[in-house]
Design a protein around this ligand. Structure first.
Ligand code: KG4
Ligand code: ZN
Length: 355
């Protein structure tokens, strides 16, 4: 292993030096319940994408079952990569570099992508970039907005994370605020579940909320009166559960759409208020939204409205790059490689990786 390892290192380094910038990059994402691959030409041009979603598999359990997720990634990763290459009209020998998510996420799921990417990088003699999943979500915006460059403030709201970050450069992030407990997407999913919606409940709760009155219930998120840029969604989730259970126990009818609309509105207002304040504190004039919850139209439009009111430019990803995908990992991996951040074959899955 020692010899083949150093030969790989030397070949990979040489390849990266020769390429300069316009390389063909294969990206792989397997941190949760989506097995995804993408081919990019340079940083922001997505040539092809392929994704196998496990949502129907996990739906009957009401959430992601980690062991089942890992097994499904193992079964699908080869065909998902082949599909992305075929759609791009390239073969393995055309790949100049590989990017892969190595954290945060489910350890068994991450290991599948990381092991596959390391094996492929070694056999092809190409450079490898381990990518932080959250940096990937942020990078989804570079694909959609070709002109967007740091510095900016980014609200990353997904199923596993809710952060407000000062993105100072492509690889430099300062955490300004984060959730003290549940992530925003997690709160949507848990509230949706008690409202009788299936997994993942975020998009279904949004649909239900569209027919409801957001002023019907006085719901609040935690930390929304403090100067802190942190937030808490666990209390509002419990409040929704209590409303539903109390009504059930009393045999009272409840307007589920009103509950959904009130919940969504309270979460959206908190996210908007803290994100705009973060821009003022960081002294930036660009506000960027990322992560699975960025697909929520109420959040997109309210955040845009708030940004405008404070003279900020607003950016969010195209819908297809909001939830987990490999194109965003490829874009973040490109910037890592161009800044000399290359992973070697000791790259490991890091479930609790921080930015
Ligand atoms: O980024 P993502 O695909 O996975 C993680 O990195 O966690 O985010 C998935 C989360 C889920 O909690 C899902 O319910 C939520 O994003 N989500 C939404 C919407 N679409 C996805 N939440 C609210 N409204 C939506 N339209
Ligand atoms: Zn994600």
């Amino acid at each position: 292993m020692g010899n083949s390892f150093s030969r790989y290192e030397a070949r990979a380094q040489k390849k990266l030096e020769m390429l300069g910038g316009g390389f063909t990059l294969l990206a792989i994402e397997s941190s949760c319940d989506e097995t995804a691959a993408a081919v990019l030409k340079g940083a922001r041009d997505v040539v092809s994408t392929s994704v196998h979603t496990q949502i129907p598999i996990h739906q009957k359990y009401g959430g992601v079952v980690p062991e089942i997720a890992s097994r499904s990634h193992v079964e699908r990763i080869g065909s998902v990569v082949s599909d992305a290459l075929e759609k791009a009209g390239v073969g393995f020998s055309d790949i100049d570099a590989i990017a892969v998510t190595y954290g945060p996420g489910l350890v068994g799921a991450l290991l599948v992508g990381v092991s596959y990417a390391k094996g492929l990088a070694l056999s092809l003699g190409v450079p490898l970039a381990g990518v932080n999943h959250i940096a990937g979500h942020i990078a989804a915006n570079y694909i959609t907005h070709k002109e967007l460059e740091p510095p900016f403030v980014c609200l990353v709201a997904s199923g596993g994370h809710s952060h407000i970050l000062h993105v100072k450069d492509y690889m430099s992030f300062e955490l300004l605020g984060c959730t003290r407990d549940d992530a925003a997407g997690e709160a949507f999913d848990k509230a949706a579940r008690v409202l009788g919606l299936s997994y993942p409940g975020g998009p279904l709760l949004e649909k239900l909320a569209a027919g409801g009155d957001k002023n019907a219930y006085r719901l609040h998120t935690g930390f929304n009166t403090t100067q802190s840029l942190d937030f808490s969604f666990s209390g509002i989730k419990t409040a929704v559960i209590n409303i539903i259970h109390n009504a059930e126990q009393k045999g009272e009818a409840i307007n589920r759409a009103d509950v959904a609309a009130s919940f969504q509105s309270a979460v959206v207002e908190t996210l908007c208020d803290k994100s705009v304040r973060a821009c003022m504190i960081a002294g930036v004039d660009k506000l960027v939204l990322a992560g699975g919850v960025s697909a929520n139209k109420a959040l997109r439009s309210r955040l845009e409205e708030c940004a405008k009111a404070y003279g900020l430019s607003f950016y969010c990803p195209e819908f297809k790059y909001c939830t987990d995908n490999a194109a965003m990992i490829g874009c973040a991996g490109y910037y890592a490689l161009m800044r000399g951040c290359r992973s070697d074959l000791s790259l490991n899955a890091e479930p609790a990786l921080r930015l």
